[in-house]
Design a protein around this ligand. Structure first.
Ligand SMILES: [Ca+2]
Ligand SMILES: [Ca+2]
Length: 506
């Protein structure tokens, strides 16, 4: 037995209307309001520098859809300028000296160190998930996940992490898709950034249809070596020489620390042979990344969620395209530590700011948007002030740290090369550990932090007002040290504070 559906609907509507008229506001639990908390999409590039690479020209859609709709941080920094350490800080809002992750592998690096130190219990994902967010990711998690490819950290509802280093090649990689290993091949449709794009579109489409707010973390390895351009972009990717800035293949490195002096020749030869090819590939691979950003924004718009979604575009760390005879990252110099950062979303001003924004600030910013009280252990601070145009009392310095195992070590960047390329020559590109402090005027660095006793370390000081390309270390000589003794003493004091900081003391 049944009655007519239209009659049923009329009856339901009448009951709802009656309820609204009779019930007092706030007494109804039968019809819970939709969760109005904002959605958050974090788009991470890999090794995308902003010092030498013209990021926004290379990514015009990202410029139009995120930068021009929001705030660009012209002083965005990665204080732990290597993939795993940087990502650890993004996920937790903590410095490397607190996550215990200062490089990609070894006792102070890698996924296993991150997990074994207990960091996975308090990430951006667990905080949001515990607060009711639907969370998901696709792409690169942390270097070393290949050692436990079945691992799915807490806090993620939708997990699509690369579990081998073929991810960097763009093809032939395997993703752990919520517990199922899915192998991708070499067809154009398998191109990594496009696969991650499609997973982004699917997650956002599904999540937008549910009542819960969502957090999506997308981490293609573009433009990290050696990902090629997508097949459709190969023809238009013409050989392009990397920019020759004043510090490109720095002629006189006698002011630099010992490891750089010792390896300057082989480094310069490598850059001469590979740098422009690398740069060309990087620009080509950014095209698909740019299209992914557009696809994400299109999907947000199509699902009616764009106006209530925060979009973050940034990179884990920068990259040296021949500056100081360096390739890769890890260095305390501008090319390694500067990253692009643009954020758009509800209430955010349009424009630019030169407030120092750090990767440790992303987690507290996101938690703030979600209305989650900041845990005391978080070292970064919410960017809400600068995003609203208010930089009153904002930080004027920060510490940076790297914990690699030095030129002869097997830790560091070698661990993130694709299988078959981990030759001894590549280990030579690693560098010793360091800690540094960056103020608005100075960069002060202490080298060999983990390799040598304090009395045997080496130091650098650059006056960025006079020497923005960091060509002259002011304290290489005894005369220089005497002339800058007061400056060094003050920076050294502050460095000691910051390298031991935790929570609000950062
Ligand atoms: Ca990276
Ligand atoms: Ca020099």
């Amino acid at each position: 037995m049944s009655h007519g559906p239209s009659r049923g609907r009329v009856l339901s509507a009448a009951i709802l209307l009656l309820s609204a008229l009779v019930w007092l506001p706030g007494t109804s639990t039968a019809d819970a309001p939709e969760d109005a908390r904002p959605n958050i999409v974090m788009i991470l590039a890999d090794d995308l520098d902003t010092t030498s690479t013209p990021v926004w020209q290379a990514m015009p859609r990202t410029a139009a859809l995120i930068r021009d709709r929001g705030m660009e941080f012209t002083d965005g920094f990665a204080p732990m300028p290597i993939c795993c350490a940087a990502r650890a800080s993004i996920l937790t809002g903590e410095y490397g000296h607190n996550t215990g992750v200062l490089t990609n592998a070894g006792e102070v690096g890698g996924f296993e160190t991150f997990r074994d130190n207990g960091n996975e219990s308090h990430t951006i994902a667990t905080h949001l998930h515990d607060a009711g967010y639907r969370t998901g990711m696709a792409g690169k998690y942390l270097n070393g996940l290949e050692h436990d490819p079945g691992h799915i950290p807490p806090g993620w509802d939708d997990w699509n992490a690369g579990v081998d280093n073929f991810l960097y090649a763009g093809y032939n990689y395997t993703l752990n898709e919520n517990g199922t290993f899915v192998k991708y091949g070499v067809a154009p449709k398998d191109y990594q950034t496009d696969v991650i794009r499609d997973k982004s579109v699917r997650f956002i489409t599904d999540a937008a249809a549910s009542a819960r707010p969502f957090f999506w973390y997308t981490a293609s390895t573009a433009p990290h070596f050696p990902i090629p351009p997508a097949p459709r972009h190969l023809a238009e990717t013409v050989p392009t020489a990397a920019p020759r800035s004043p510090n490109y293949q720095e002629a006189d490195v006698s002011d630099k620390p010992e490891w750089l002096i010792d390896t300057a020749g082989v480094r310069a030869a490598t850059i001469a042979a590979t740098n422009d090819v690398d740069y060309t590939n990087r620009l080509g691979s950014l095209k698909a990344l740019d299209e992914m950003v557009a696809a994400i924004v299109d999907t947000l718009a199509a699902t009616g969620t764009l106006d209530n979604t925060y979009l973050i575009f940034t990179s884990d760390n920068g990259y040296s395209l021949g500056a100081h005879r360096l390739t890769q990252k890890m260095a305390p110099y501008e090319e390694s530590v500067r990253v692009p950062l643009a954020i758009a979303g509800p209430g955010i001003r349009r424009g630019t700011t030169d407030a120092f924004a750090l990767s440790v600030d992303l987690a507290p910013t996101v938690l703030g948007w979600a209305g989650i009280a900041l845990p005391a252990r978080i070292d970064g601070r919410s960017l809400a002030g600068p995003l609203a145009g208010d930089t009153t009392g904002w930080r004027t310095d920060f510490t940076a740290e790297y914990g690699g195992a030095g030129a002869s070590g097997r830790d560091g960047i070698a661990q993130e090369q694709i299988p078959g390329t981990d030759t001894p020559a590549i280990y030579a590109f690693d560098m010793p550990s360091w800690v540094g402090i960056r103020t608005e005027r100075y960069l002060y660095v202490r080298w060999y932090e983990r390799e040598r006793p304090l009395a045997e370390r080496e130091y650098e000081l650059y006056d960025l007002a006079a020497d923005p390309y960091q060509l002259t270390n002011l304290i290489k000589t005894a005369d220089g040290r005497a002339a800058h003794a007061d400056t060094v003493a003050a920076l050294d004091r502050r460095l000691r504070e910051l390298t031991a900081c935790t929570g609000s003391s950062c």
